[in-house]
Design a protein around this ligand. Structure first.
Ligand code: FAD
Length: 471
C-alpha cells in the first residue's frame, strides 16, 4: 500500500524544504522528494548556487584584500600564494555542512525525506523513481511542485562540460582559467567573473544588450560597469554571440558587434550565463494536466500558489517572479501556513535582491526607470559612502545609497545601494518598505556612528528634506 501524506513536496530546494519544515511544524504529515544523486537537500541554492558562489566570493575577496589592500592599512605580509585546492575544499565543506543542516532539520521536525525523482500522477499521487530504478508511490492530499530551475543553454553554444559551461562547472575550475569569457552580463556571470578575476584570470564579458545588469537601477548598473572596468573586466556590449570553436586547450567565441562587424575573442573557458528557466523534465505536468506557459515554462498559479489541478500547488523558480532563494522560501512558508489555515501573504513589492560583487549591490522596490515608466512623481536622495567616517576608516570609498520616495507622500518606493556590505544595509530598507514607511522615517531613526548605515540615513534625509547633513 502507498504511503499517504497530508503534503508531498517535490523538490528539496529553499522553496520546497522550507515549505516542508513549516508544514510539519504546523502538524501536517509531510514528505519531501529530492532527486540529487548524493541525497543532498537544499536545492540549487545550497548545492550549486547561492552558497558555493558566496563561499568562493568570500575566499577570493580575502585573497585580493591581502594582495592589494592590506598594505594601505600598514599591514605587510610576506609572499601571498593561492591554494586553490584548499579554497575549493572549504567551499565544498560549507556546502556539506549546510545541506547536512537541512537533513537535521527534517529529522527534528518530522519531515520524511524520499530520495528519487518525483513524477506527478493523476489523483494527487507522486511516483518516485529511486537511483537504482526502484519505483514507489506516495499518496497525498496536497502536492507542492518546487523543482526550481536550470541554466539556459544557447543552441549555438552548447555546454560541453569543460570549455563551454554553465554556472555549476564554473564553481569548480581548477586551475584558474587564464582567460574566462562570460556570455551574459547578469548577476551570476558578474559574481563568478569576480571570483576568477580576483584569483588571476582575465575576464571578458559579452552582453547582447546595451548595458549590464539590465534589471538593476540604471545609474547603479552604469557605476558598477565603471568599477568593474577599473578592476580589469573587459566588456563588449550590444554584441551578439554567434558561436564558439574549441581548438586544443583554447576556445574562440565569435560574435557580432553593434556595427555589424564580426569579433573573435579567444580564451580557455566560456561561462554561458544568459538566465535560467523552470525545470520540469520528468515531472509529469502534461500527463497530470497542470497548466504552464509554453514559452517561459513557468507553471501557472493563482495568488495562493494553486495550479489549475485541485490539490496541486507550485512555488519558487518554477513560477512567476524573481528567481531568488529568499523569494522561494517566503513562498514555501506562506504556502504551508495557508494550507494549515493561517492567512499570511508575501509582499512582492519588498523582496530585496543582492549582487555579491565588490562593492556589493543591493536593492528593494522600484528603480528610477520603473517609476518613470509608471508616471510616478518621485524624489531622489543620494549619499556617497566616501562621505561617511566608517567607509573612510575601512578604505572602501566607492558607491552610494539612493533612496526613491513618493514626491507627495514621502513613502519609500525603492532603495538602491552600491557599496561595502550593501547586502546587510538593505535590510533596514526592506523593513521600512514592509511597513509602508517614509524617507523621513528612515532619516529619523538613529543610525549608530560610525557605521555604513549612516549613508542610508543621509540618503533618506536628502529624499525627504532636500539635503543631507554631512555633504
Ligand atoms: P531549487 O533550489 O532549484 O531546488 C529544486 C530542487 O528540486 C533541486 O534540488 C532539484 O534536484 C529538485 N528536483 C527537480 N526536479 C525534481 C523531481 N522531478 N523530483 C525530485 N526532485 C526534483 N539566489 C539568491 O537569492 N541569492 C543568491 O546569492 C543566489 N546565488 C545564486 C548563484 C548561482 C550560481 C545560481 C545558479 C543561483 C543563485 N541563486 C541565488 C538563485 C537560487 O539558487 C534559486 O532562486 C533558488 O535555489 C530557487 O529555489 P527553488 O526551491 O525554487 O528551487
Amino acid at each position: 500500500m502507498a504511503d499517504s501524506y497530508d503534503l508531498v513536496v517535490i523538490g528539496g530546494g529553499p522553496g520546497g524544504y522550507m515549505a516542508a519544515i513549516r508544514a510539519a511544524q504546523l502538524g501536517l504529515k509531510t514528505a519531501c522528494v529530492e532527486k540529487r544523486p548524493n541525497k543532498a537537500l537544499g536545492g540549487t541554492c545550497l548545492n550549486v548556487g547561492c552558497i558555493p558562489s558566496k563561499a568562493l566570493l568570500d575566499s577570493s575577496e580575502a585573497y585580493e584584500h591581502t594582495l592589494h589592500k592590506l598594505a594601505r592599512h600598514g599591514v605587510k605580509v610576506g609572499s601571498v600564494a593561492l591554494d586553490l585546492d584548499t579554497m575549493l575544499k572549504r567551499k565544498d565543506k560549507v556546502v556539506g555542512d549546510l545541506t547536512g543542516g537541512v537533513t537535521f532539520l527534517f529529522k527534528k521536525y518530522g519531515v520524511t525525506p524520499v530520495y528519487g525523482s518525483g513524477k506527478l500522477l493523476k489523483g494527487n499521487k507522486v511516483e518516485v523513481t529511486a537511483a537504482d530504478g526502484a519505483k514507489s508511490t506516495l499518496e497525498a492530499k496536497n502536492v507542492l511542485l518546487a523543482t526550481g530551475s536550470e541554466s539556459i543553454e544557447l543552441p549555438f553554444l552548447k555546454f560541453d562540460g569543460k570549455y563551454v559551461v554553465g554556472s555549476t562547472e564554473a564553481l569548480n575550475f581548477n586551475p584558474v582559467p587564464k582567460h574566462l569569457i562570460i556570455v551574459g552580463g547578469g548577476y551570476i556571470g558578474l559574481e563568478l567573473g569576480s571570483v576568477w578575476k580576483r584569483l588571476g584570470a582575465k575576464v571578458t564579458v559579452i552582453e547582447f544588450l546595451p548595458r549590464i545588469l539590465t534589471i538593476s537601477d540604471g545609474e547603479v548598473a552604469n557605476e558598477v560597469h565603471k568599477l568593474l572596468v577599473k578592476q580589469g573586466f573587459e566588456f563588449h556590449l550590444e554584441t551578439k554571440v554567434t558561436g564558439a570553436k574549441v581548438e586544443g586547450d583554447s576556445v574562440t567565441v565569435t560574435a557580432q558587434g553593434k556595427d555589424g562587424k564580426e569579433i573573435k575573442v579567444t580564451g580557455d573557458r566560456v561561462l554561458v550565463s544568459v538566465g535560467r528557466r523552470p525545470y520540469t523534465a520528468g515531472l509529469g505536468l502534461d500527463e497530470a494536466g497542470v497548466k504552464y506557459d509554453p514559452k517561459s515554462g513557468r507553471v501557472e498559479i493563482d495568488a495562493h500558489y494553486r495550479t489549475n489541478v485541485p490539490g496541486v500547488y507550485a512555488i519558487g523558480d518554477l513560477v512567476t517572479g524573481p528567481m531568488l532563494a529568499h523569494k522561494a522560501s517566503e513562498e514555501g512558508v506562506v504556502f504551508a501556513e495557508t494550507l494549515a489555515g493561517m492567512k499570511p501573504h508575501v509582499n512582492y513589492d519588498a523582496i530585496p535582491s543582492v549582487i555579491y560583487i565588490w562593492p556589493e549591490v543591493a536593492s528593494v522596490g522600484l528603480t528610477e526607470e520603473q517609476l518613470k515608466e509608471k508616471g510616478v512623481e518621485y524624489r531622489v536622495g543620494k549619499f556617497k559612502f566616501a562621505a561617511t567616517g566608517r567607509a573612510q576608516a575601512m578604505d572602501e570609498r566607492d558607491g552610494f545609497v539612493k533612496v526613491l520616495a513618493d514626491a507627495k507622500t514621502d513613502r519609500v518606493l525603492g532603495v538602491h545601494i552600491l557599496g561595502p556590505r550593501a547586502s546587510d544595509l538593505i535590510a533596514e530598507c526592506v523593513t521600512i518598505m514592509e511597513y509602508k514607511g517614509s524617507a523621513e522615517d528612515i532619516a529619523r531613526c538613529t543610525h549608530a556612528h560610525p557605521t555604513l548605515s549612516e549613508a542610508v540615513g543621509e540618503a533618506a534625509r536628502m529624499a525627504w528634506a532636500g539635503k543631507p547633513l554631512n555633504s
